[in-house]
Design a protein around this ligand. Structure first.
Ligand code: XMP
Ligand code: MG
Length: 177
């Protein structure tokens, strides 16, 4: 285990199991549709990569880069890293996010997408920290609900590091203090 990690929250095996279940649920729900997967970069790229391979339906993949975090601390203001030029109208859009925290980022993204009049719009998040929510936003599908701890790995970062850990772990407070 990486020496900056206090404890493993979800092992690679547990992640695989749960992501497979989520993929099965989406396969059933979209059995007659060809969804557009919208990966919220960069945190959700590992999750999206695994999830879409468990979706037994034709689909398309696009990415959006929007973040409210800088150096692991929420600024409360959102940074749009890339204009949204993806054709959303009439599509069955599945937004894939790594973690739902205050809800600000996704609330912002979901509103922009809804205004583009998709046929349907769903939010899937691997992790949910409901205790931190400041905006009343709920995901349609949640991998795991977690307490208010800072987690890294499986795409999630601290200062752009740790994204390649195959598990999700709690970062030692000494790393960011
Ligand atoms: P909001 O607050 O808008 O933020 O829901 C969601 C974004 O915040 C980041 N985030 C984390 N990143 N470990 C991380 O690596 C965490 O524990 C964590 N909590 C929030 C993440 O980028 C997410 O997209
Ligand atoms: Mg993110």
């Amino acid at each position: 285990m990486n020496s900056d990690i206090e404890r493993v929250l979800f092992s690679a095996e547990e992640l695989y199991q749960r992501v497979s279940e989520l993929g099965k649920l989406l396969t059933e729900e979209y059995y007659d549709r060809e969804p557009l997967i919208l990966c919220v970069m960069k945190g959700a790229m590992v999750f999206t990569s695994d999830l879409m391979r468990q979706l037994r339906r034709p689909c398309e993949l696009e990415t959006i880069a929007i973040s409210s975090y800088r150096e692991g601390v929420t600024s409360g203001s959102l940074v749009v890293d890339q204009p949204l030029s993806i054709h959303i109208t009439g599509r069955d859009v599945i937004v894939v996010e790594d973690i739902l925290d205050t809800g600000r980022t996704l609330d912002y993204v979901m509103n922009i997408l809804q205004n583009a009049e998709p046929a349907s719009l769903k939010l899937v998040t691997l992790l949910d920290k409901p205790s931190r929510r400041v905006v009343p936003l709920q995901a349609d599908l949640v991998g795991f609900t977690i307490p208010d701890v800072f987690v890294v790995g499986y795409g999630l970062d601290y200062n752009q590091g740790y994204r390649n850990l195959p598990y999700i772990g709690v970062l030692k407070p000494s790393v960011y203090h």
